[in-house]
Design a protein. Structure first.
Length: 307
């Protein structure tokens, strides 16, 4: 992404939330990361997201995050759009990473600041300060997991800030999705933040989704998304249903632990998680292996997964 206009034009479709593969000692596995990125680009994904919540950015130092941004942009170049998560609790870090992300040609993804009792007016002022720092614009990440959920009315205020090019919406309640799709849809890009339940937002007119589990099931999730994109809602529904057992385990065991375990089982570079997360126990991994075997042999799927 080179500027705000190009960023907005390219910001649509299926984005892979690329997990950060750590070695057992917590070091980055950059070679594995590069292989994971090349896999999804080769399959035809529309973009990637780096260093998000499931990329485990809270476990990284500001210097590690900056190095991750640089290395990823060296790998990707301008082949696909890259969202670079510059969120944080320290506004100074957010400022520096947001500017760096834009300078590198990526799109900084920013959450509200992680502070207690922050008001809507303060959140809007925060984004007004951050957005001009990036020459590619800013993607607002509405992430309830951080303890703050932006209301549709607050998102409307953010949508009119010059340089806000989109919203990654983590509150997937039907009312919020309906209000957002109809109040700000068409003005800025709307992304569904979860592949666990993306059919509804897409049918409401969202422009794309970001997907963590596509690290483990890249072919199947891509097929489901492309079917929906082509207007074949029935095919998309049936493909999405196929991997419900995997989604159930992801909800039970947590992401990105489940995704990384499945990647390792498939011979991908999932690696380990960093504390305070813990890699899954052997019994959990056996459950995931069983689900993968069922997916690989299910004749209803047009997507072949490696056994």
């Amino acid at each position: 992404m080179k500027d705000i206009t190009e960023c907005h034009a390219r910001l649509r479709g299926l984005f892979n939330i690329t997990v950060t593969p750590f070695k057992a000692d917590g070091a980055f596995d950059y070679a594995g990361l590069a292989r994971n990125i090349e896999r999804v680009i080769g399959l035809g994904y529309d973009g990637i997201l780096i260093g998000g919540t499931y990329g485990e950015f809270p476990t990284m130092s500001a210097e590690e995050r900056a190095d991750l941004f640089r290395r990823v942009m060296d790998i990707v170049g301008n082949r696909v759009p890259v969202m670079l998560c510059s969120a944080g609790s320290d506004v100074r870090v957010v400022r520096d990473l947001t500017k760096l992300a834009g300078d590198l040609g990526g799109l900084p993804m920013v959450t509200p600041p992680f502070v207690s009792e922050v008001t809507d007016a303060q959140i809007v002022a925060f984004f007004r300060d951050m957005v001009p720092l990036s020459r590619t614009g800013v993607l607002v990440y509405n992430a309830p997991g951080i303890g703050i959920t932006l209301s549709p009315s607050t998102l409307e205020q953010l949508a009119v800030i010059p340089g806000v090019v989109g919203v990654k919406q983590g509150d997937l309640s039907p009312t919020a999705i309906d209000q957002i799709a109809n109040r700000i849809g068409g003005r800025i890009r709307l992304f569904c933040a979860s592949d666990l339940a993306f059919l509804g937002p897409m049918m409401c007119g969202f422009d794309g989704i970001s997907s963590t589990n596509s690290c483990a099931l890249p072919e199947l999730i891509l097929a489901a998304y492309r079917a929906l994109e082509a207007g074949d809602a029935a095919a998309a529904r049936d493909l999405h249903r196929l991997w419900y057992p995997f989604r159930a385990l992801a909800r039970e065991f947590g992401q990105p632990q489940t995704t990384k375990a499945a990647m390792n089982l498939r011979g991908f570079d999932g690696g380990s998680v960093r504390p305070p997360l813990r890699d899954l126990e052997a019994a959990n991994i056996r459950d995931i292996a069983g689900v993968l075997r069922e997916l690989a042999t299910d004749r209803r799927s047009s997507v072949a997964l490696a056994a």
